[in-house]
Design a binder for this molecule. Structure first.
Ligand SMILES: Cc1cc2nc3c(=O)[nH]c(=O)nc-3n(C[C@H](O)[C@H](O)[C@H](O)COP(=O)(O)OP(=O)(O)OC[C@H]3O[C@@H](n4cnc5c(N)ncnc54)[C@H](O)[C@@H]3O)c2cc1C
Length: 453
C-alpha cells in the first residue's frame, strides 16, 4: 500500500489532509524564509497517534516536522525536506494541576496566554511571556525553542520551568523523562537537552512545568534617552547595581517611529526603556527611584505615555510595526545574546553598520538579560541590497560571538543562522550529531535544522 494511504489509516479522516490550502499553511512559519510544501498534514490527538505516525515514517524514511502554532521566526517549523507535518495544535488539554506544588501538566498544543488565563484564578502564572507571540505560541513550541520574554529577566526562560516531559523518539518509542522534583542530581538532564532542540530529537507529547505566584504588586515605568547608546548604558548600569527588575525592554528610535506609523500612538520618537517591578508596594517605589537615578545619570528622563497607554501593549506590536513599515521590504533578523556589559557597544555597532551600508536597522529586545533583536529591512527583489543585509546580519552575530555570546538567545537556529552554528560550537557540533543519532537514528525528525547531518 502506498505510504500516504497507510498514513491516512492511522488517524480519523478529519485529522489527515493532503489538501492544497492546508499543506500551504503547514509549509511555513513566521520567518521570511521560503515555504516548502509537505506531502501531508496529520493533526495528532494523543501520544499513541504521534508514535504510530513516527513509526510509519521511520519504516519508510519519511521526514516529520512537528508543528505547534507555527510562530517560529527562524524557519525551524518549515518542513524543509517535505514529508509529514505533525500538527499538535489540537492537543490543548490541561492534564493535571497541583496548585499547592505550583505545577501543571499540559498537552503541547496549549497556547501560552490560554494557560495563564486559567492559572490566574489560583494566583499563579507561567512567566516566560514571549513579547509579541504569547497569544499564539504553544507550550510545546516554547519548550522546543526555549522561548523567553519580557519577564525572563527576573524569572528565567522556558527551560528553567520544565520538570518532566513525555517524548516520542525518531523510532516511535514513548519515553518519560525528568520528574516533579524541583532540585535533582539524578543522572543526565535529558529534559534540558530536549528544551531548545527544535523538534530534532523527539516530539514532546506532554509537559510538566513549574509555575510562579502572581506578584503582590506591579509598577511600570518608561524612560527616554537622547540616543541609543545612552539607553544601553543605563541598562548595563541597572544590571550592575543588581536592581530587582521583572522586565527591562529597550526600543530604539526607529522602532518607536514604526510603532507610531502602525498604531498612531503619538509617542515621542526617541530611544526608550520600558521597565516593570514586582513585589510588595514599598519595594516597588524604592526600586523605581533607583532606576530613575541611573537613567538620569545616563542622560535619560521619564517618558510620558498618554492616558491608558500601556508599555507592554506598545511593545507587543514592535515586530509587526517593523514588518509593515515599508511595503515591498522583508525583515532580516537576529536575536543575539551576550554579556550585559557589551550592550552599549553592540547597539552602537548595529547602527553604525546599518548607516554604513544604507540598511534600515531597528534594535529592541529583552535587554535586561543581554538579549538584543536587530531587525533589518531590505528588498528581496534587489539582490545587492538583500545580500548586503544578509552580510550585515552575519557581522552582528559574529560580533556577539566575539563578545562570548550566542547566535540565538530565544528564537533558535532553525534554518536562519545555520551557516554560523559551527563558529559558535566548534567540535561540539559533532557531539550534537552523535546525540541526535541516538534519539533519531534515521534522521527523520525535522531534518536540516540547526545543523546538517
Ligand atoms: C510577533 C512575534 C513575536 C515573538 N516574540 C518572541 C519572544 O519574545 N520570545 C521568544 O522566545 N519567541 C518569540 N517569537 C517566536 C515564537 O513565537 C516562539 O519561538 C514560540 O515559542 C514558538 O511556538 P510555536 O508553538 O509557534 O512553535 P512552532 O513554530 O510551531 O515550532 C517551533 C519549533 O519547535 C518545534 N516544535 C513545536 N512543537 C513541538 C513539540 N510538541 N515537540 C517537538 N518539537 C516541537 C517545531 O518543529 C519547530 O522546530 C515571536 C514570534 C512572533 C511572530
Amino acid at each position: 500500500m502506498p505510504f500516504l494511504d497507510k498514513l491516512a489509516q492511522l488517524v480519523p479522516p478529519d485529522q489527515y489532509s493532503i489538501q492544497t490550502d492546508q499543506l500551504a499553511v503547514a509549509s511555513k512559519d513566521e520567518s521570511t524564509l521560503d515555504p516548502v510544501t509537505p506531502q501531508a498534514v496529520v493533526w495528532a490527538m494523543n501520544s499513541d497517534e504521534i508514535a504510530s505516525v513516527i513509526r510509519l515514517c521511520y519504516e519508510n524514511k519519511v521526514p516529520v516536522t512537528t508543528r505547534g502554532a507555527g510562530s517560529a521566526l527562524e524557519g525551524s517549523t518549515i518542513p524543509l525536506s517535505g514529508g509529514v507535518v505533525l500538527d499538535l495544535s489540537r492537543m490543548t488539554k490541561i492534564l493535571d494541576f497541583w496548585p499547592d506544588d505550583l505545577q501543571v501538566q499540559v498537552e503541547p498544543g496549549l497556547i501560552y496566554d490560554d494557560l495563564n488565563e486559567k492559572l490566574k484564578r489560583d494566583g499563579l502564572f507561567f512567566p516566560p511571556s514571549p513579547g509579541g507571540s504569547g497569544d499564539v505560541a504553544s507550550i510545546g513550541g516554547m519548550v522546543s525553542t526555549n522561548a523567553s520574554g519580557i519577564y525572563s529577566v527576573k524569572y528565567g526562560g522556558t527551560r528553567e520551568y520544565v520538570l518532566e516531559l513525555e517524548i516520542i523518539t525518531g523510532t516511535g518509542e514513548i519515553i518519560k523523562i525528568g520528574n516533579r522534583a524541583i532540585k535533582r542530581s539524578s543522572g543526565y538532564n535529558l529534559v534540558d537537552l530536549i528544551s531548545g532542540s527544535e523538534g530534532t530529537l523527539a516530539v514532546i507529547s506532554s509537559i510538566t512545568i513549574r509555575l510562579a505566584g502572581l506578584p503582590e504588586g506591579r509598577l511600570q515605568a518608561a524612560f527616554k534617552f537622547p540616543d541609543e547608546v545612552s539607553a544601553a548604558r543605563a541598562v548595563s548600569e541597572m544590571c550592575r547595581y543588581g536592581l530587582d527588575l521583572a522586565a527591562l525592554e529597550f526600543l530604539d528610535r526607529k522602532v518607536i517611529e514604526a510603532l507610531n506609523q502602525l498604531k498612531g500612538y503619538g509617542l515621542e520618537e526617541v530611544p526608550a526603556l520600558f521597565l516593570e517591578f514586582h513585589g510588595p508596594e514599598a519595594a516597588l517605589e524604592s526600586n523605581r527611584e533607583l532606576a530613575e537615578t541611573i537613567c538620569l545619570e545616563a542622560g535619560g528622563s521619564e517618558l510620558m505615555l498618554a492616558e491608558g497607554q500601556r508599555p507592554w501593549e506598545i511593545r507587543h506590536f514592535a515586530t509587526d510595526a517593523i514588518k509593515y513599515r515599508q511595503p515591498g521590504y522583508a525583515i532580516l533578523r537576529n536575536d543575539v545574546a551576550f554579556p550585559i556589559s557589551c550592550l552599549p557597544e553592540m547597539v552602537a555597532y548595529c547602527h553604525e553598520l546599518g548607516d554604513k551600508h544604507g540598511i534600515m536597522m531597528h534594535t529592541f529586545g529583552h535587554v535586561g538579560m543581554g538579549l538584543l533583536h536587530a531587525l533589518m529591512l531590505a528588498r528581496r527583489d534587489n539582490p545587492k541590497e538583500w545580500q548586503t543585509a544578509l552580510s550585515v546580519n552575519d557581522q552582528i552575530i559574529k560580533k556577539a560571538l566575539r563578545f562570548g555570546g550566542t547566535i540565538s538567545g530565544e528564537h533558535g537556529i532553525g534554518l536562519g543562522h545555520k551557516n554560523l552554528f559551527k563558529i559558535e560550537h566548534g567540535s561540539g557540533v559533532d557531539l550534537m550529531r552523535r546525540i541526535k543519532a541516538q534519539f533519531d537514528p534515521a534522521g527523520i525528525l525535522n531534518p536540516g535544522k540547526i545543523f546538517d547531518l
